[in-house]
Design a protein around this ligand. Structure first.
Ligand SMILES: CC(C)(COP(=O)(O)OP(=O)(O)OC[C@H]1O[C@@H](n2cnc3c(N)ncnc32)[C@H](O)[C@@H]1OP(=O)(O)O)[C@@H](O)C(=O)NCCC(=O)NCCS
Length: 159
């Protein structure tokens, strides 16, 4: 049976690989934070839309910490997964890995948590179907997502 039409990813996941080019970097040859944020937003949006089959918008991005610089010529791999569906919103976790192709060294550069909301044809938030998580890792992410949601909604109330 042909597998040509099957993605090597689960339906609530997305992946992206980027080569860091000079135009993506600052004067020190380090990847710009804004460029990385753009890739994080895109890969998370794809995971949200792949699961919900809807256009999804970014409602919030949790704190982002840049743990170590990513240099020009390195490869950045972003892995996104829906951690939990609430009602119309979803938490997406994005793991960012940087890779030096010459040495083979891979570093965990960043983890980001974003909330996306699925919209209907009128632009109104609409309910998203739940996901049956299978692995222990997925269960842990599902549990942890609730306390992060409480924190971000409490923060939102202050604005
Ligand atoms: C996100 C947006 C659709 C929410 O609309 P809203 O009228 O506030 O709708 P609701 O209050 O019903 O919230 C809808 C869901 O979003 C969640 N939400 C809203 N703001 C949030 C925030 N800052 N952080 C996390 N979740 C948020 C709510 O908790 C709710 O989730 P639930 O249904 O799973 O419980 C709306 O604020 C919007 O369109 N924002 C602009 C989005 C955009 O343009 N993004 C691009 C980046 S600028």
């Amino acid at each position: 049976m042909s597998m040509d039409n099957e993605l090597p990813l689960r339906p609530h996941q997305a992946g992206m690989t980027q080569l860091v080019l000079p135009n993506d970097t600052n004067q020190l040859g380090n990847l710009l934070g804004g460029q990385l944020m753009h890739w994080i937003d895109l890969v998370a949006a794809i995971a949200a839309a792949r699961h919900s089959h809807r256009v999804c918008v970014t409602a919030s991005v949790d704190d982002l910490n840049f743990i170590h610089p990513i240099k020009v010529g390195e490869v950045v791999t972003l892995l996104a997964s829906v951690n939990r569906v609430f009602r119309t919103s979803m938490e997406i976790g994005v793991k960012v890995l940087s890779e030096n192709l010459l040495t083979g060294t891979v570093k965990h550069a960043n983890t980001a948590y974003l909330t996306f909301v699925a919209l209907d044809a009128n632009g109104t938030p609409m309910q998203v179907s739940q996901i049956q998580f299978e692995t222990e890792e997925e269960q842990r992410r599902f549990q942890d997502a609730m306390s992060r949601r409480e924190l971000r909604l409490a923060r939102r109330k202050k604005y």
